[in-house]
Design a protein. Structure first.
Length: 328
């Protein structure tokens, strides 16, 4: 049986134009679950990870606005809360979809901690915007009283920025592996995991955000899965994205993807981290990466849609069929 890790984007639960109501997230979770369960029916053994950008932002906003009535929450605690929230939505949707398809499989949502290094250079250079926009006066007050790092977003106001360090370990890795070996469908590593640093035998949560795709690539490599699938809001990885010369990439090797990356085709705030994560997984021994929308997930894994990336020396059990690059 082939194994897979599917990284579900935050947009799979809150889509463009939606406000993020619970009803909207339930409907989107069920649609995402249907695509995942189809892959299980096709014989894939898997673990699911997910983003949490909109949800953790909402948690922070609730915490701040209610701080005159209840104690505020730190970013790591808000991340844990959003993991529980999304894990519940996905786990229940997956269970219901499995039951509807006549499949007997246990599902568990696991709040996961991701280890980062206290001396990671990113800790001294916060760059990841989080939370709402503020006026200059509001931002300066929070900077003075809370010690926040603040940056200006031209035309929209000021936002808090936090570090985005590299993930180096998954605390619950062996628990996830054990459950996966027992046939349990695990939802884990939400939002990249809760960032923690290790001091001796102790762990401590920190005010940071870990990129979801980088943490997912690390987990996929540590678990030794065959396929790393990234579900996002576009059908393909594109060259010249959103330009008249836009071109969809269907099938390419690590070297070809690296060449496009060095040419500057994948912005840091958009496709860049996904491409970096794909390369890390494949260089760590992974056999195939798929990047596409959840609507096309099943076809993409079968080689009929989306972008597929493989090692330069393609494994024997991976399709070597190439598709030409066509206009997007």
């Amino acid at each position: 049986m082939k194994s897979m890790l599917i990284a579900v984007g935050g947009n799979s639960l809150i889509r463009a134009g939606e406000t993020g109501t619970v009803a909207e997230q339930w409907a989107n979770a069920r649609r995402t679950a249907a695509a995942i369960v189809q892959l299980i029916r096709d014989g894939y053994h898997m673990v699911v990870t997910h983003g949490n950008g909109p949800q953790v932002g909402a948690q922070l906003l609730r915490s701040e606005r209610a701080s005159d009535q209840v104690p505020g929450q730190t970013l790591d605690v808000c991340g844990a809360a959003s993991q529980g929230e999304i894990g519940y939505l996905l786990a229940q949707s997956l269970r219901d979809e499995l039951t509807a398809r006549g499949l007997d499989m246990q599902v568990v949502g696991m709040v996961t901690q991701t280890i980062v290094r206290a001396d990671d250079p990113a800790m001294q250079h916060p760059t990841k915007p989080i939370g709402p926009f503020y006026s200059q006066a509001q931002a300066e007050e929070r900077q003075r009283t809370l010690g926040w790092h603040i940056v200006e977003d031209a035309g929209r106001g000021y936002r808090r920025v936090v570090p985005s360090p590299e993930p180096v370990g998954i605390v619950e890795l062996e628990v996830i592996r054990s459950l996966m070996d027992q046939g349990v469908l695990v939802v884990a590593c939400g939002g990249g995991g809760i960032p923690v640093v290790q001091s001796g035998s102790e762990l401590k949560g920190i005010e940071a955000v870990i990129d979801k795709d980088r943490a997912s690539a690390l987990l996929a490599a540590k678990l030794g899965v065959d396929i790393f699938a990234i579900s996002t809001d576009i059908d393909f990885v594109y060259l010249d994205y959103n330009r008249p010369t836009q071109r969809a990439l269907h099938y390419l090797t690590v070297s070809e993807l690296e060449a496009h990356y060095r040419a500057g085709h994948f912005p840091k705030g958009n496709m860049g981290p996904k491409v970096e994560s794909a390369l890390r997984f494949l260089k760590a021994g992974g056999k195939q990466v798929v990047i596409t929308s959840y609507v096309n997930l099943t076809d993409a894994v079968a080689g009929k849609a989306g972008t597929r990336i493989v090692p330069d020396a393609v494994p024997d059990d991976v399709s070597k069929e190439r598709e030409v690059i066509i206009g997007g």
